[in-house]
Design a protein around this ligand. Structure first.
Ligand SMILES: Cc1cc2nc3c(=O)[nH]c(=O)nc-3n(C[C@H](O)[C@H](O)[C@H](O)COP(=O)(O)OP(=O)(O)OC[C@H]3O[C@@H](n4cnc5c(N)ncnc54)[C@H](O)[C@@H]3O)c2cc1C
Length: 263
């Protein structure tokens, strides 16, 4: 791992910079990038992670720095580094490696970076967050390809006694990935076929056919394109009557809009 150069006593610390060690295509549209860093940097890079994505081909990015309160302080002028949210599919501090699965959706700095990623390329990390899940007797998980890394972690960590369903919207059979889930949680793949991502109503339609399980020990976790998530959130709060503590429903991307401007 390299670290961006420190500045003299201005209270700002350098970000962690990870180095690509391997790149594999998990499915036609998902590329897994294995990154190495110090065990501490790897342990801190998830489960959700704020990535600093350099412009393709920029071997010496002008990284931001981080203030004591966690704020990202950008360098003056053009820097070409974009901030994007991702999920560490796997973190292994012993091997000092973290894996991130990028959807190659064709547009945007992060998708472009992943498309071009090769061993030796650099990626910055500026903080991490929680997945927002909570163990419960009855689980509803719903997401698209961008949520697959999170759902795989939630299923792997779920108590063996959990029951429920995981709904996963992908383009087709070639995009399905093996997932290990408790016996009582059914994994159902939904194929949107030729409908472009963000335009299908498959996930919301599937949730709409499911009745709320009995009891209060219920938790729903949803992440996908923002409009789909809005519809599902309204259904879960209305028809299912879930409280805020009983669900986490977050738009992971917005159709036709970059998540934040490129630097
Ligand atoms: C907490 C969190 C965790 C996430 N984890 C992952 C993850 O592990 N893997 C992952 O791939 N994504 C993940 N995402 C989603 C990812 O941050 C967005 O897809 C992001 O927009 C990608 O940045 P970009 O620079 O490629 O595209 P942007 O510059 O943000 O967008 C450019 C264009 O691409 C479109 N676009 C963005 N994403 C998609 C998509 N998936 N399909 C089709 N069009 C798209 C936008 O609508 C826009 O028109 C996560 C998001 C959040 C909030």
């Amino acid at each position: 791992m390299t670290t961006a150069a420190p500045h003299p006593d201005d209270g700002l610390r350098p970000i962690d910079v990870l180095t690509v060690v391997a790149v594999t295509d998990v499915t036609p549209s998902v590329r897994r990038v294995v990154l190495s860093g110090t065990p501490t940097a790897v342990a801190a890079a998830g489960p959700t992670v704020n990535l600093l994505v350099p412009r393709v081909g920029d071997a010496a990015p002008r990284w931001p720095r981080v203030a004591k309160d966690g704020r990202i302080v950008w360098p003056d002028g053009a820097h070409g580094v974009s901030l994007r949210s991702y999920t560490a599919r796997r973190q292994d501090p012993v091997a000092a490696q973290v894996e991130v699965d990028f959807v190659l959706h064709g547009d945007g700095p992060a998708a472009a970076w992943a498309t071009a990623a090769a061993p030796g390329a650099l990626l910055g990390v500026a903080g991490a967050g929680a997945l927002g899940d909570r163990p419960a007797a009855q689980l509803l998980l719903a997401g698209d390809e961008t949520a697959l890394p999170a759902i795989s972690r939630i299923l792997a960590a779920a108590p063996a006694t959990s029951r429920g369903i995981a709904l996963l919207e992908v383009a087709g059979a070639a995009e399905e990935q093996p997932l290990s889930a408790p016996d009582g949680v059914a994994v159902r793949w939904l194929h949107r076929g030729d409908t472009p991502p963000g335009e299908s109503t498959l996930l919301a339609d599937a949730v709409a056919t499911i009745d709320r399980p009995e009891g209060e020990d219920v938790f729903a976790w949803v992440a996908a394109e923002s409009a789909a998530v809005r519809t599902i959130r309204a259904d879960l709060r209305g028809r299912w009557g879930l409280s805020r503590a009983q669900h986490h429903a977050i738009g992971y991307w917005r159709r036709g809009r970059a998540m934040s401007p490129a630097g």
